[in-house]
Design a protein around this ligand. Structure first.
Ligand SMILES: [Zn+2]
Length: 439
């Protein structure tokens, strides 16, 4: 991430944090005052984004990492410290000669978001501080008959109360990010359809806003989109601009990143790779269609092929893998089928999106060591040689935490796009407004 040198040629800031929340941040504006203001805002975003994702740094390191001048970094850090977003601390000497430089870090405790994940089997949450510090976390496995909307809202409220007890203080989040296992219509925060939860047109964002005791804005996203964002920010795909994440559990989802941007489509539904039609003679899918990729590679189909109940869940999958380790023919055949169907879907995705990396999330991450060799060989004749060349196939680094980490990043996006903007909590904004009135 690079900043914009004040007074120099105005370069486009290649800053995904800003782009995520505010398209057109650096569109030229003919009014000089506003232009300077937008440059300052972009530079604050650059410094705070760097501290948030890159960790603590000395002023010299921030100069090197952002490309801003030393005096700009000094002034901007001062503003962030006065606004309660960053802390500058005297560094302890590491024994090398000379006076150690102070270290600047994001103020995690003073700036938290609530990240939530809702799937068929799990309601999970975390209190995450600026800089990505997880201050409290909780994961509740739940029965599949708890999936009704009202039950889910109740589970989320109970989870937030537990998180508050673990955190040891009231939570006053800057934002609430929610990763949900369904098609999410943005920006209305509506789950348009979640076949595996049985939801249709559920205004989940509004329901949570009513039920939770916070005034913070809620950002709802599809869980695989959130996981893909998380892998590019803090996981295995940091620095990779073209990524396809495929995530399997009860359902199969996908998150697409192209040219460094999340691809979410017109309404937010892009990436529904689980409902690509791959088998005209296949099983009926929960979405109503027949032969969706999900019906061939989802958890249930692996279990069924291995002769187990399709509802046996993650424990059933572990049992299949243990059988495969022991050389059981039915388990090995089920994994071979899984590999072939994975390659059939992935071959198409690789041809369409030409990713540099495919990330395997959810239970696909668990299957990875069992399927990767077969997958490489199948893909060599199911994708064009040109699109498959140099393709990296990797398991998710964040594993089951991916959607939560992504939900936290979505909740931080408005703050990072405009660190001193009006969206901040009234109390914090009033304090920093006093500071900014100073000459
Ligand atoms: Zn389907």
């Amino acid at each position: 991430m690079r900043g914009v040198a004040k007074g120099g040629a105005q370069r486009h800031v290649r800053c995904r944090l800003a782009e995520t929340a505010r398209h057109g941040l650096m569109m030229p504006d003919r009014r000089p005052g506003l232009r300077i203001e937008s440059v300052r805002q972009a530079n604050l975003t650059s410094i705070l984004g760097d501290l948030h994702l890159g960790g603590s740094a000395s002023r010299s390191e921030l100069v090197a990492r952002t490309g801003l001048t030393r005096s700009s970094v000094g002034a901007l850090v001062g503003e962030l410290v006065r606004a309660g977003l960053a802390v500058e601390e005297r560094a302890t000497s590491d024994g090398s000669p000379g006076r150690p430089s102070p270290v600047i870090r994001a103020d995690a405790l003073g700036n938290v978001v609530l990240a939530l994940e809702v799937t068929v089997d799990v309601v999970a949450g975390a209190v995450v501080g600026l800089g990505g510090t997880v201050l409290a976390r909780q994961r509740l496995d739940r029965h599949r008959d708890r999936g009704a909307v009202a039950d889910t809202v109740g589970d989320v409220v109970a989870l937030a109360q537990r998180l508050e007890r673990i955190h040891g203080r009231p939570i006053d989040p800057l934002g609430v990010g929610v990763a949900a296992a369904g098609l999410v219509r943005r920006p209305e925060n509506v789950v348009a359809i979640a076949p595996n939860l049985g939801w249709r047109e559920v205004p989940f964002g509004d329901l949570l806003a009513e039920a939770l005791p916070y005034t913070a804005p809620i950002t709802l996203a599809n869980d695989a989109d959130a996981a893909a964002l998380a892998e590019t920010r803090r996981g295995v795909a940091v620095g990779v601009d073209d990524v396809v994440l495929v995530s399997g559990d009860v359902g199969v989802g996908g998150g697409l990143v192209s040219g460094g941007h999340s691809l979410i489509g017109r309404a937010g539904f892009a990436g529904e790779v689980g409902h690509m039609s791959v088998n005209p003679d296949g099983r009926r899918c929960r979405c109503g269609a027949r032969g969706c990729w999900e019906t061939e590679v989802g958890e249930g189909s692996l279990l069924r092929r291995a002769g187990r109940s399709p509802d046996a869940g993650r424990r059933g999958v572990e049992a299949v893998l243990a059988d495969a380790d022991a050389g059981d023919a039915a388990a090995l055949a089920a994994l071979a089928d899984e590999t072939r169907w994975l390659a059939i879907g992935l071959g198409g995705l690789v041809n369409v999106f030409n990713p540099q990396m495919v990330v395997f999330g959810g239970f696909f991450g668990r299957l990875y060591p069992y399927v990767i060799d077969g997958l490489r060989s199948e893909l060599s004749h199911r994708a064009l040689a040109a699109t498959a060349a140099g393709l990296l196939l990797v398991p998710s680094a964040l594993g089951p935490d991916g959607p939560l980490v992504g939900a936290a990043e979505l909740a931080f996006a408005p703050l990072l796009a405009d660190p001193l903007g009006e969206h901040r909590r009234p109390s914090a904004a009033a304090e920093s407004a006093g500071d900014r009135a100073d000459p």
